[in-house]
Design a protein around this ligand. Sequence first.
Ligand SMILES: [Zn+2]
Length: 300
Amino acid sequence: MASKRAAVEPWQWPEEQWRRLVNHVRAGRRLAPDRWKDGARCAVALSFDSDHETNELRDGGQSIGRLCWGQYGSRVGVPRILKLLARYGVPATFYVPAVSALLHPDEQRRVVAEGHEIGIHGVIHELNSALPHKGERDLLLRSADTLEQITGVRPVGLRTPSWDFSPHTLAIEKEMGLAYDSSLMADEDCYELLLDGEATGIVELPVEWVRDDAVYFMMHRFQSLRPYTPPPDVFDVFRRELDAAYEDGGLFQLTMHPHVIGYRSRIWIIEELIRHARSKPGVWFATHAQVVDWAKHHAA
Ligand SMILES: [Zn+2]
């Protein structure tokens, strides 16, 4: 956070200072397998961030309209997504803030019962970089405990809310014994995270803004935020990412939100992507945890 005016301007920083900042959390060993499970050429990892009402609550918002929009994510979005995934037999990963899980516990139990993974996504979609170390640690531990209490399954991965990663996040993930993170974007393949140059054993399953539905579709009535890309164009971006990942023998990862992609005019994007992937030989659909496990143990 650049809240305090630096006594020394960045262009006056000694080399040691900018190197330390850059090297604090870094991509290490690339974890790209020659072949995915069952000899597959490409892995497809779909994820849904079930933020629901927390997108409004996390800023202290009390708009009933926006809270109801969050409810749509649970009431219409998730069931529609689950129905689609079941029709094609595709597993996915859902990242769920603890408050969202407490508001919609049956939804989380259904997600797990249908063979999907649930990962950590903070308590109330808080921004980690705004928190002190202890506060961030307490919230992340509480997030994991809450999801375990509700679903009976201890989560093994974290997606930081808003992909906001503090200087303490990686050390907390290590302390929690997590298998992976999915919030950073130093590569398109999985990689091992380094903390101050030391290997952590934690795998990054990288995300990207270009592979996030919210970038193209989000709307805020009282801010300047508007959807700016028609659904066929969003599909085109995602399909090209998928085709190129397939050519590379790599990983296609996608981030979506039930209250963003769940609409009648948009849900077809996921279905067409699944059908497109299925039309190619050797595509493995997996949860993020499954992709990480395979990449870690079969890296070339
Ligand atoms: Zn989120």
